[in-house]
Design a protein around this ligand. Structure first.
Ligand SMILES: N[C@@H](CCC(=O)N[C@@H](CS)C(=O)NCC(=O)O)C(=O)O
Length: 220
């Protein structure tokens, strides 16, 4: 039985959760609060970097959300969430890597500002906004006429980027200049996996103290 250690509200966790649902795989959940429980020795043994998500499959442990997605795709290939053609694979991987390396960090800064967690200086905020818009412009160009990144079907690129991009309006980044991105977000949010994993306002409220501590540690 697959075991997922996660925090449902974390975008890093949510992308694995969505992939499991899309593939129809049953799994056991171990919920962390990230209020210090990620430093418990049993969890550090699983992930010395004290991060969720962690997947354990029949005694085999995988950390890092993108590695987990790759593992699930190869071990449980039906339905496929990865195209097989060279250009499509490149598109999916670009979108995944840019989500992690270029989008996540400025989103943390903008979230910390909207929530009032950190006093950000104006220059850093402007830079964060620009970084997000550079990614959005690139994503808009990558969608071409296909409904998903590199494919007519949902891919790991959509799941990885979608767990971040669909949250942008809630931190003050409007998508108005990116009509293809808007249409793509709408398609994602109509999926059962997206609806089942959408964070509720109550869950977001309950996470505020941990989110504040984690973002302060990340940004300062
Ligand atoms: N690169 C990692 C990032 C994981 C990550 O940063 N997880 C955060 C939650 S969003 C976490 O567990 N933070 C707890 C901590 O740093 O102590 C991945 O993609 O899995």
């Amino acid at each position: 039985m697959l075991k997922l250690y996660h925090l449902p509200l974390s975008a890093n966790s949510r992308r694995v959760w969505i992939a499991l649902l899309e593939k129809g795989l049953p799994f056991e959940e171990v919920l962390l609060k990230l209020d210090g429980d990620q430093y418990q020795p049993e969890f550090l043994e699983l992930n010395p970097f004290h991060h969720v998500p962690v997947l354990v499959d029949d005694g085999f442990r995988v950390v890092e959300s993108l590695a987990i997605l790759d593992y699930l795709e190869v071990k449980y290939p039906i339905p496929p969430l990865m195209p097989s053609e060279a250009k499509a694979i490149a598109t999916v991987r670009m979108v995944q890597m840019l989500s992690i390396t270029e989008l996540w960090s400025p989103m943390i800064r903008l979230t910390s500002e909207v929530m009032g967690f950190v006093k950000n200086d104006a220059e850093k905020l402007e830079k964060a906004r620009q970084q997000v818009h550079t990614v959005l412009s690139f994503f808009e160009s990558q969608l071409d006429d296909s409904p998903y990144f590199g494919s007519n079907h949902l891919t790991l690129g959509d799941i990885t980027a979608g767990t971040l991009v669909t949250q942008l309006p809630s931190i003050g980044v409007l998508l108005d200049d990116y009509p293809k991105v808007i249409g793509w977000c709408d398609r994602l949010m109509q999926r059962d996996s997206w609806k089942a994993t959408e964070p509720s306002p109550e869950a977001i409220e309950a996470l505020i103290p941990q989110a504040k501590a984690l973002m302060r540690a990340y940004l300062t």
